[in-house]
Design a protein around this ligand. Structure first.
Ligand SMILES: Nc1ncnc2c1ncn2[C@@H]1O[C@H](COP(=O)(O)OP(=O)(O)O)[C@@H](O)[C@H]1O
Ligand SMILES: [Mg+2]
Length: 285
């Protein structure tokens, strides 16, 4: 597969997914530039994970296209070759690394497994490449020999990152990847992610409900409300001067000095009523 270095890492056009009567993802389009970092924010249930899952081919969209490195991919890959090609284009890191790590497989073996599957080791041995990847994510010889349960949450997330990097994907999708970690460990993983992007040709789609975390990692941000993009732009700019009422509400919902949860609750209900009225008027037409 040829990858045009000028093409965006990821181009998403009209991505839509419904569950019964619910539109979880509503006509979402965006471009993630090569080597860029785009944050996807929105409160719980806004369609962030469904979007992420469609990008990596875990979920079938009702409509829309996904292009990675200039190549169009099937909604859900069929067959081994297609699955491997998709996995080399895009990898995902989940909130809970326990779900992606086999409890019986030692850390270094689990990275070697991925390398063997993809045959990306070249002339060097799989072992040497696994050690190099694990060194890069800050795991030393003791952790490399360990089982997942013998590691801390932050260390397990480092293993998940090393495994995701192993196929050398164009895009890394991180879905709430630091949300389950203590704040101090969060900072370490975020710094690691910044270092990795500085050293490699890789782009991040960084999904998080935590606006402070997104501001730290991303240059651009996309705000989802009920599956639809309501605002997008430069991350620092959008988060400092939000234009859409929903983005303002999201920012106001973060605990801060003079915080008024009751007022936020009222504003949220007012906005949700306005949306419902608009929808029912639309349906009556
Ligand atoms: N497999 C599913 N079946 C039915 N509804 C789903 C499924 N997955 C997600 N949803 C619904 O789609 C909406 C968006 O969910 P999700 O993408 O997980 O949001 P987020 O990650 O932003 O919290 C929610 O209302 C959720 O209940
Ligand atoms: Mg989610």
């Amino acid at each position: 597969m040829t990858t045009d270095p000028q093409s965006p890492a990821l181009e998403v056009e009209g991505l839509t997914r419904t569950y019964g009567g619910l539109t979880a993802v509503d006509d979402v389009s965006f471009v993630l530039r090569a080597h860029g970092a785009l944050g996807v924010v929105g409160e719980s249930g806004s369609g962030k994970s469904t979007t992420a899952r469609m990008l990596v081919g875990l979920e079938r969209p009702d409509a829309g296209t996904v292009r990675i490195g200039g190549t169009a991919y099937d909604a859900v890959p069929r067959g081994r070759a297609a699955r491997l090609a998709r996995a080399r284009a895009v990898q995902m890191v989940f909130q809970d690394p326990y779900l992606s790590l086999d409890p019986r497989v030692r850390v270094r073996d689990s990275v070697e497994e991925v390398l063997r599957l993809h045959g990306t080791e070249g002339a060097r041995t799989v072992r040497a490449r696994a050690v190099e990847l694990l060194d890069q994510v800050g795991l030393g010889p003791r952790e490399q020999e360990a089982l997942p349960r013998e590691l801390s949450g932050g260390q397990r997330q480092r293993v998940a990152i090393a495994r995701a990097l192993a196929p050398e994907p164009d895009v890394l999708v991180l879905d709430e990847a630091v949300s389950a970690l203590d704040v101090s460990i969060q900072a370490q993983i975020l710094n690691l992610l910044r270092d990795i992007r500085a050293e490699r040709q890789i782009a991040y789609l960084f999904v998080s409900h935590d606006l402070a975390v997104v501001r730290h990692v991303c240059e651009e941000v996309l705000v989802l409300n009920r599956g639809a993009v309501v605002e997008r732009g430069d991350a620092a700019e959008v988060l400092a001067h939000p234009a859409h009422p929903y983005t303002r509400l999201l920012l106001a919902s973060v605990p801060h000095q003079g915080w008024d949860p009751a007022a936020i609750g009222r504003a949220r209900r007012a906005m949700s009523n306005a949306t419902t009225t608009k929808t029912s008027q639309g349906a009556a037409q």
